[in-house]
Design a protein around this ligand. Structure first.
Ligand code: C2O
Ligand code: CU
Length: 580
């Protein structure tokens, strides 16, 4: 009995000792010029152990970038790692060349310099590596950070927005460490929780309304956020922006890649301690983090059942309420902004993506998973979308585990989940949605502003192991083409008798770089493609093809063809008639 008491006592001491870690608040960078240095470095998570990490301007995680909507930002990403990587601005609406997907390599020792206008609504975004098959490793080692976008609509509201005072980044991650306290990347052993890279943290918060920017930056784990004693909180924003009105909640599921902004009202609570929890015991089955990861008991993930976080209620962090700050926000606004989803009837196209396990049977939920019966291939474009198309997409999950689907370039509005109307907390702008096992989700979105006939955007499962295993596809937003006539335009001089027997001479006088060209038949089928791998193989530098070309189409049968020329700025199309 005495031994049990001693054990219980020392466990208690251990727990108390571990809760003495102040929450790390990443530095901020703001303005219009951002410099990020990716380091292969180390950090002491466990006293006496040095853990290898990837950091951005720091040993673990990176600074919070604060951007203003409408600003033109210039970002330098210096890759000081020994590995090639990429950096993706998750959730932001940028040109595909600036998006940092798997094609936009940053080789070791080089700098990537995207420049773009911030077009997003005020919200919480994040940046992380996106190199195909390496995303999980690079992100898990720590090369990620938060982005806060501000705009005038948000600034006009009486919301907490003093970073580190009443507005806090909350980057939630589960991790696996081996015996030597090195981070391991593998399925199901992520048994240690951290917030902002801090184990069992506490945060001193003022006794007033406080804003938390929740980001689930975990590899696979879904959390069921709640506050101790069911204290209600107000949800004010989802991935891509504020909601119309705050929503009082006591539970909020957050899947990998998702962000939610919540307000907690600590007014009058000076001196109290309040825990931020994940009530994972309440998660429905067939979600990674629930007691049962599949739909039925026999579906297994190796190592899952022995992981103490699965199906358990656990503390993410503790708030210690202190005295209010000056000019505190003391109440939650009644209304926020006005979202204007695209009307369902405005969609001109619908697509369905089907998720299914590669291996049927009891280990199906371990992956890999197909999207439309295929695994990701860097050289295959899975969808082509005309610029400015409004589309509805149905994500049909025909696998026995939930997947958080993420799409680049756009924010979407969820129309229904398995036929039932979208719950209020998911009615705002989203770029990630958890698609429940054997159910479907339909969303509407518009592919606007950016087109590029060569450089794709990604969509994928944001469980990083699933993504790396190939649960990803890519889409082009195609540019409208300008029909040119060499008599009227001197950008390109195309000499041939038209109709011709098939010998065509092209001379580039446009002042732009000719990057590729294709010849299609009248139905758009590509017959000839110059240098088709150009943008995909050359480590982010788009190859330039010969600026002047002689094409021999004399083998083609009589008919109408289209010659499309793509430069770094625009594209051209010319009708060719072959008549021999
Ligand atoms: Cu957060 Cu394609 O990624
Ligand atoms: Cu998945």
């Amino acid at each position: 009995m005495k031994r049990i008491m001693t054990l219980a006592f020392s466990l208690l001491m251990f727990c108390q000792a571990r809760s003495q870690n102040p929450l790390f608040i990443p530095d901020t960078l703001s303005g219009t010029n951002f410099s990020l240095n990716l380091y292969d470095t180390s950090h002491v998570f466990y006293p006496g152990f040095t853990t290898r990490t990837f950091g951005v301007n720091a040993a673990y995680l990176g600074p919070t970038l604060i951007m203003q909507k409408g600003d033109s930002v210039n970002i330098e990403v210096h890759n000081m790692l020994m590995d090639t990587t990429t950096i993706h601005w998750h959730g932001m609406h940028v040109n595909p060349h600036n998006d940092g997907g798997p094609h936009v390599y940053i080789p070791p020792g080089t700098t990537w310099n995207p420049k773009f206008t911030v077009r997003d609504h005020a919200s919480t975004f994040w940046y992380h590596p996106h190199l195909h098959m390496m995303t999980n490793l690079h992100a898990t080692l720590g090369a990620a950070g938060m982005i806060i976008v501000r705009d005038s609509a948000e600034s006009a509201l009486n919301l907490p927005r003093s970073y580190g005072i009443d507005d806090f980044p909350i980057v939630i991650q589960s991790k696996a460490f081996d015996m030597a306290k090195q981070i391991v990347v593998g399925d199901a052993y992520d048994s240690v929780m951290m917030v902002n890279g801090t184990f069992d943290p506490y945060l001193n918060v003022p006794a007033q309304v406080v804003r938390l920017r929740l980001l689930n930056a975990s590899t696979e784990r879904v959390y069921n956020i709640g506050i101790q004693n069911n204290m209600p909180f107000s949800l004010i924003g989802s991935d891509g922006g504020l909601l119309d009105t705050p929503l009082s909640m006591t539970r909020l599921m957050i899947a990998p890649g998702e962000r939610f902004e919540i307000l907690l009202n600590f007014d009058g609570m000076t001196g109290s301690n309040v825990d931020l929890m994940s009530y994972a015991s309440e998660l429905p089955n067939a979600i990674y983090g629930a007691i049962q990861p599949g739909m039925v008991p026999g579906q297994v993930i190796t190592g899952y059942t022995s992981n103490p976080l699965n199906g358990a209620d656990f503390r993410l962090m503790k708030f210690q309420v202190t005295t209010p700050s000056s000019n505190p926000v003391t109440s939650v606004p009644l209304t926020l902004i006005t979202n204007t989803p695209w009307p369902t009837g405005s969609a001109t196209n619908t697509r369905t993506l089907v998720f299914s396990p590669v291996n049927p049977g009891p280990t199906a939920i371990q992956g890999p998973f197909y999207i439309d019966n295929t695994l990701f291939d860097m050289n295959v474009i899975n969808q082509q979308i005309p610029l400015d198309a409004i589309e509805t997409w149905t994500l049909s999950n025909q696998s026995p585990i939930a997947h958080p689907f993420h799409i680049h370039d756009v924010q979407f509005y969820i129309l229904n989940i398995n036929g039932t109307p979208t719950p209020a907390h998911l009615s705002g702008r989203k770029d990630v949605v958890l698609v429940p096992a054997m159910q479907s989700v339909t969303f509407i979105t518009k592919f606007e502003t950016f087109c590029d006939d060569m450089m794709p955007y990604m969509y994928h499962c944001h469980m990083l192991s699933h993504e790396d295993d190939g649960m990803m596809g890519q889409f082009l937003v195609n540019c409208p083409t300008t029909e040119i006539n060499s008599n009227e335009k001197d950008d390109f001089f195309i000499s041939f008798p038209n109709p011709s027997s098939g010998i065509i001479q092209i001379q580039n006088k446009s002042g732009y770089d000719l990057r590729s060209m294709i010849i299609t038949d009248q139905n758009g089928k590509v017959l000839i493609e110059s240098n088709p791998q150009a943008t995909h193989t050359n480590h982010g530098h788009v190859q330039t093809i010969e600026q002047n070309h002689r094409i021999d189409l004399s083998e083609f049968s009589n008919g109408i063809y289209y010659l499309k020329l793509f430069t770094d700025k625009t594209s051209y199309v010319k009708k060719i008639i072959i008549l021999k």
